[in-house]
Design a protein around this ligand. Structure first.
Ligand SMILES: Nc1ncnc2c1ncn2[C@@H]1O[C@H](COP(=O)(O)OP(=O)(O)OP(=O)(O)O)[C@@H](O)[C@H]1O
Length: 533
């Protein structure tokens, strides 16, 4: 019943914001075209606002889960046109807070103690309320000021139901409009499902926060609040309270004499450190999650919160990124193409020259601009688009990285419009490359891997024996098949020989053709051959 009400609400939003207009009817197959023309609201609802704004408003009207979906969708620039991505990126989940009494119940149930016992002070008025969680201020008995993040009650059920509906819509879309496959609606929903369900587990967020804090523990670039593990459960998380200026509040930052150039460059440095040193990056870098500590405005330090979404990279991904970025900026498209083939990102049958030409077509216009105006993020977006045409399955972690890079760039340029991203990033990449191939780097890699190799040695021996056994079994099977094929070809030769002899005899003595019982000869031949198989 709830599902039906939801469905009616969704159809209502489609009608009100004329979201059906986002589809080009003339390009649809005949039955879908008829169906679309039969939609009743086409004839009495007009909405002349730009399509991107209508889509944003439609999602907003459907509430927090769809807003979150829109936010995640906005990051798929590899699939969506720019106007839609830009507009969806403006979606903000301003959500009504839920009653503090509900928050208290969840906290007490999770931590098995009354709030008054758990905290010295608990602020019933929430500090912030978003789609998934609500944040309350509090003080521990030991005196530390903290914030308590609580998952919205009943939200998981709503999310799971909405996701089922989204899958249903995606299937319908693909069935009705074959072209829609290009937008990969099922993949987009799957992406969303994973991200949002991960965000529901605050233990996961707490673990990510701890890891990021450890990675930057003595860094002047980034501060990450401490997690209080004794107060963390899947629906409740308690962490150190931070005090900083929201990064979007550039007026306050400037009024306090913050070194904006340094701030912008530090953002890029943090990103490249996370990617090329730690292979672990905060992947939800929207301005609401970033604050600045301006205790010393000439040395501004970032403060990062909300580590619900993080990305991790495999060493191969890291290598791929570094090599590609370096080759790109040297405009060595052949190398970029070759790297794609060598690393198996595109199938081995790919013609390197063709991939090289496609990459050149995409990149040359971008490099027309001065280096400082080039967007790394857009470059990656375009590269992935090309790679997809060449059957490269773009890994989700790379899509996450591309989205983060776009955020970091956007933020950096907002803070300091002349930010030269390449100049800031190049030393990191080149240093990383040098490290990898230096004797130190190689010995470090060997040292890191030796314990694993030693531990897996007994297994390796067993696996090797197993493989040898399997190979010899396969060989025996192949030999047997080979012998049978030999025998059969011998029999076929024998049968062929008899038939050739008979044919020759008929040619020499044509009168025999009427005397020979042909059916008998053929049946006898085939029967004899089968019996001797
Ligand atoms: N450690 C903290 N100290 C001070 N304020 C905090 C802290 N953590 C969160 N907040 C406040 O609460 C707000 C929401 O927190 P957070 O981003 O973690 O929640 P969320 O539900 O994941 O929100 P969203 O998903 O929309 O980013 C922040 O924008 C900030 O104002």
């Amino acid at each position: 019943m709830l599902q039906l009400t939801r469905l009616i609400k969704i159809v209502g939003a489609i009608a009100r914001y004329r979201l059906d207009d986002l589809v080009e009817i003339d390009r649809l197959p005949f039955p879908a075209r008829v169906l679309m023309r039969l939609l009743p609201w086409r004839y009495f609802i007009k909405n002349t606002e730009p399509r991107a704004i209508r889509l944003r408003k439609g999602l907003e009207s459907l509430g927090p889960i769809f807003i979150k979906f829109g936010q995640i969708l906005s990051t798929r620039r590899d699939l969506l046109p720019d106007d839609i991505s830009d507009e969806l990126a403006r979606l903000q989940d301003r959500v009504e807070p839920f009653p503090a009494a509900d928050a208290v119940t969840i906290i007490e149930k999770s931590l098995h103690a009354p709030v008054s016992e758990l905290f010295d002070r608990f602020d019933h008025e929430p500090m912030a309320s978003a789609s998934i969680a609500q944040v309350h201020g509090a003080r521990l008995h030991s005196g530390e000021e903290v914030v308590v993040k609580v998952i919205r009650p009943g939200i998981e059920k709503v999310i799971r139901k909405d996701i089922r509906l989204m899958y249903g819509f995606s299937r319908l879309l693909i069935t009705l409009i074959r072209e829609a496959k290009r937008l990969r609606p099922m993949e987009v929903v799957r992406d969303y499902e994973k991200t949002i369900l991960d965000e529901l587990d605050l233990l996961r967020e707490a673990a990510n926060t701890s890891q990021l804090r450890r990675n930057f523990i003595s860094s002047p670039l980034l501060f990450v609040p401490q997690v209080y593990w004794d107060f963390c459960k899947p629906s409740v998380m308690v962490m150190e309270r931070i005090y900083g200026v929201p990064v979007a509040d550039t007026e306050t930052l400037k009024a306090n004499g913050t070194d904006m150039k340094k701030l912008a460059e530090r953002g890029v440095e943090i990103f490249f450190t996370q990617v090329f040193r730690d292979r672990f990056f905060h992947a939800d870098m929207h301005p609401g999650n970033i604050f600045v500590d301006i205790t010393d405005p000439s040395e501004p330090r970032y403060i990062g919160i909300d580590c619900g979404i993080v990305g991790t990279l495999e060493p191969e991904d890291q290598y791929y990124l570094a090599c590609n970025l370096l080759a790109f900026f040297k405009r060595d498209y052949r190398k970029v193409a070759q790297l794609h083939v060598d690393s198996g990102w595109v199938p081995s049958h790919t013609v390197v020259g063709e991939l090289e030409a496609a990459i050149r077509t995409v990149c040359e216009p971008i490099f027309e601009r001065p280096l400082k105006d080039i967007s790394f993020g857009h470059l990656l977006v375009r590269l992935f688009q090309v790679a997809r045409r060449f059957e490269m399955e773009v890994q989700p972690q790379l899509v996450l990285l591309e989205k983060t890079l776009l955020n970091v760039e956007g933020l950096g340029r907002q803070l300091y419009p002349d930010l030269d991203l390449w100049n800031t990033a190049q030393p990191y990449l080149e240093k990383w490359m040098k490290d990898q191939v230096s004797p130190c780097g190689i010995s470090r890699s060997v040292r890191d891997n030796v314990p694993d190799w030693l531990l897996s040695a007994p297994n390796m021996a067993r696996n090797a024996l197993h493989s040898v056994k399997q190979i010899s079994e396969h060989q025996q099977k192949l030999m047997a098949m080979h012998n049978r094929a030999d025998k059969q070809s011998g029999k076929l030769k024998w049968l062929g020989g008899v038939l050739v002899l008979l044919a020759a005899a008929v040619l020499v003595f044509p009168e025999w053709s009427t005397q020979i019982p042909w059916q008998g000869v053929i049946m006898g031949g085939v029967g004899g051959w089968l019996l001797t198989r």
